[in-house]
Write a protein that binds this ligand. Sequence first.
Ligand code: HEM
Ligand code: SF4
Length: 573
Amino acid sequence: MYRYDEFDHAFVRDRLEQFRDQVNRRLAGDLTEEQFKPLRLMNGVYLQLHAYMLRIAIPYGTLSARQLRKLAHVARTYDKGYGHFTTRQNLQLHWPRLEDIPTILEELAEVEMHAIQTSGNCIRNVTTDHFAGAAADEVADPRPWAEIVRQWSSLHPEFSFLPRKFKVAVTAAARDRAAIRVHDIGLELRRGPDGGIGFRVFVGGGLGRTPMVGREIRDFVPENALLAYLEAILRVYNRYGRRDNKFKARIKILVHERGIEEIRAGVEAEFETLRGGALDVPAEARERIAAYFAPPAFADLPARSAALEAAWKADPTFGRWIARNTHPHKVPGYVSATISLKPVGGVPGDATAAQMDAVADLAERYGFDEIRVSHEQNLILPHVRKDDLRAVYDGLVAAGLATGNAGFATDIIACPGLDYCALANARSIPIAQRLSERFADADRQAEIGDLSLKISGCINACGHHHVGHIGILGVDRKGEEFYQITLGGAPGGEIAGAGSGVGESGGAEIGGADAAIGEIVGKGFSADDVVDAVETIVDTYLTLREGREETFLAAWRRLGNAPFQEALYGGRS
Ligand code: HEM
Ligand code: SF4
């Protein structure tokens, strides 16, 4: 795991002292809220409906037990005893008092965490595959590269006031679990023709009011030249991105308006001036960072665990959890385990301080002290011995965290919506809770198989509804909450956790599905009717699918919207 050096410590300390002073001036009335706004946004502090909100970065989704315990402590001491894990590997506290925020940041600095660049028009937290370093299907661990990009982008003087926010995601696996095609820049680590490592680069993906799937801008950038290439893209964006209209300011609009060829030509010209210069990442620098991510001391184990197989046959609930919530590991005898933050009727992504402590304990005891955060708003223990899975599971049961639903209908992504967010048109959380109750039955979920439901409370799409197999968007219709449904969206890879790491495959994989934006099925539904509408869609799928191996997404791709429209509106849509 990466450890701060003197530079990192000084950088976080300096920013903390600046922000403490800014908060004091705001509290004393020397700064208006308007004057304070750009300062707080540099430090992850939003103003929501009822309170300030603090967004804390979890770089590339990796936490140690000590860090997770600190998050638990902060949530318990300065907030209402829980935190909310987001779709971009951040943790949000929804009720901190402004006067406490500098102290919270001071506590976080003790464990090498901060909230810098988690908001504002800058390069945000770099995200990656939550199974990085463990996944059987990866070329290499992408986290050293995410860290190198983090260092380059932190307080980058040229890119601190971009036209709009900028998000980068990296994956190194055959299946994209980081939704790279819906990021401003998506990086796919791959091997080049000569066997050397480099990156295929996508640009201009994004959700929000104009959702777009990123376009390939270069099929291979050698690893040493990555920062020069990123700098070239950012320069082109910074220079030509629109600043006249914030709804047209993201790089996806620039790519759309100018065309990928013109953007590529501009980036290549810039790249020529930069490559081989100061941004070149020499092998010794890459090795120094990679050393922080060296694999833990795995034991030499047989691939199968007889004890586990006996336990799972004796207990069908445990068996179901294994089938959904474990994922193949590159080292024999180990798996990655998904800890669902989607209990039936719960708030997707929320974890209490006690639960965070419990996960930290399990990570220390059984998981080489590592925890990951996924963009599906779940937690992961990336390295667990198969022999220890039962003990881990029992610990999760005790903490109320043993829901075996990864990638199922109840593994819902939802944004905070009207319960917290000042921009919302409609509530997301109560809809997620009702859907999760409706589909709670374990056998029914297994029968339905892989299905992602994603809910956003407004067109900003924080809940990823555009890339849900079933997407739900809250809209305001004459002061009333309504919900528009889209079908057929996909973030571009398998659903996390689908497919078991223990022998049997847990359901068909979505894998290989290209990223796609969902299509609107018809007119919206009231809050009372939307859950029935989703059930109608699911029942229609179950009737029309060509066997269990045809997933919802595959069936929709074969059938299109028509039969679902017929079932929902009877031809009256
Ligand atoms: C409650 C405070 C929040 C506010 C005010 C807020 C605001 C916004 C806005 C304005 C956008 C659209 C940006 C654009 O298209 O240029 C956006 C996008 C997004 N937000 Fe949020 N958001 C909030 C919370 C969240 C949460 C809790 C999550 C994760 C669960 C999240 C994840 C995202 C994602 C993934 C996108 C779309 C990706 C993209 O940038 O294209 N946001 N947010
Ligand atoms: S999608 Fe809209 S309602 Fe939901 S958190 Fe984002 S800005 Fe708020």
